[in-house]
Design a protein around this ligand. Structure first.
Ligand SMILES: [Zn+2]
Length: 388
């Protein structure tokens, strides 16, 4: 009973539940199902009562469990105390929540993604079940253990793999927090199931080897061929898989591969970004200059109180040029501030491309100006918006 063992461990940190004095319980008496001693055949007698109070979705229950034993002192079964099995159909003996509440919790948490706070409020409001956040977390943990036990149940597993011809396995070490033991997870990729996970204190070959042996036993029990292994190819995995699964291909995990490749790429990319930002600067000074010229006494009138037709072509051209400069400055600022993108779309590469487009556009403007063609319609530079 691996599951019960873990729950008992967890139980040690939970305070016993304090029922309010006015709680109204429905009393249920439960008796041991057998009447006769399995060892000597004598009649069992009631030796004690266990009072177990639990919440159910339909109200609090007070279970009176009549414990029984074989009264014959000479019988080897005499020291054993028997509990009614009906009790465990309602709740586990040391639980304060019935199975229905535990299932409700698990469903809300994992299928509906409710927070502990939401669950706590709903339990109190709708079912008058008042629990601490700690207690709810403990029961969510128990629900997960039940789920894991069910997923590992051999008949469940056999059913899940009935129409799978061969399995693909992956092993990976996850470190939840720095300095903590690493959790090694063996997953099966064809059915996307976690087969099992073990915390190991070291990544030594012998420790990892035990997990690989376990994986081989699982595959054999299922009667399935292992088509492929995937990992980040750390030494212990490479050696262990070669020893335990001779001839089975061992591929580098694409995610790990990308992540490792990405590291130097992103470093170089961020370096390039810094360099570009250092080179392309002085936007504010340019903007200030343009805006100052706009308000200068000899500048064309602004704001445009005059009718369009009454303004000379000279004034219109000057205003157009000013807009081009301000728009270009805004675009360049947007480009320099754009930090989005990952290893497959490095932000620095996009920055360089966008700055190149702005530069080309400026060149076109300059060429047009030399030819005396600059009008407000000449702002034909390509889109360089951050999202582009
Ligand atoms: Zn007996």
């Amino acid at each position: 009973m691996l599951v019960a063992h873990h729950i008992l461990d967890k139980e040690g940190i939970l305070m016993p539940y304090r029922w309010p004095a006015d709680t109204e319980f429905t009393r249920i008496a439960l008796a041991v199902e057998e009447q006769w001693c399995r060892t000597c055949g004598g009649a069992l007698t009631i030796c004690d009562h266990r009072h177990h109070r639990v919440f159910t979705l339909t109200g609090p229950l007070h279970l009176v469990c009549k414990l029984a034993h074989c009264p014959t002192r000479a019988c080897p079964a005499h020291p054993q105390t028997l509990s009614p099995e009906a009790e465990t159909a309602i709740a586990m003996p040391w639980w304060v929540l019935g199975w229905d509440v535990v299932c409700w919790l698990g469903q809300r948490r994992f299928a509906r993604h409710w927070s502990v706070g939401q669950i706590r409020a709903e339990l109190a409001d709708t079912y008058q079940i008042r629990l601490s956040a700690d207690a709810i977390e403990t029961y969510i943990h128990r629900y997960q253990q039940m789920l894991a036990a069910r997923r590992q149940a051999p008949d469940q597993l056999a059913a899940a793999y009935a129409d799978v011809e061969a399995v693909m396995l992956a092993i990976d070490g996850l470190q939840p927090e720095k300095g903590h033991e690493t959790l090694y997870v063996v997953r099966e990729l064809e059915r996307k199931r976690v087969w099992f996970a073990e915390p190991l204190l070291s990544s030594a070959t012998t420790e990892v080897q035990q997990l690989l042996v376990q994986a081989r036993v699982w595959a054999e029990r299922l009667g399935k061929r292992v088509r492929l292994w995937m990992s980040d190819k750390q030494d212990a995995f490479v050696r262990g898989i070669a020893a335990e699964f001779p001839g089975v291909p061992h591929r580098y995990c694409a995610n790990h591969f990308l992540r490792d490749v990405a590291k130097p790429v992103l470093e170089a990319d961020s370096h390039a970004k810094v360099k570009m930002r250092r080179t392309v600067r002085g936007l504010r000074a340019i903007e200030r200059e343009v805006l100052a010229a706009q308000y200068a006494p000899d500048a064309p009138p602004f704001p445009a109180v005059q009718a369009e037709e009454s303004r000379g072509p000279q004034a219109q051209a000057a205003e157009g040029a000013r807009d081009v400069v301000l728009d270009d400055c805004a675009a360049v600022r947007g480009i320099l501030n754009d930090d989005h993108g990952g290893p497959l779309h490095p932000p620095g590469l996009r920055m360089a491309a966008a700055l190149g487009e702005v530069q080309a556009s400026l060149q076109r403007h300059l060429a047009a100006k030399k030819g005396g063609l600059l009008t407000t319609d000449a702002r034909g530079w390509p889109e360089t918006s951050p999202g582009g």
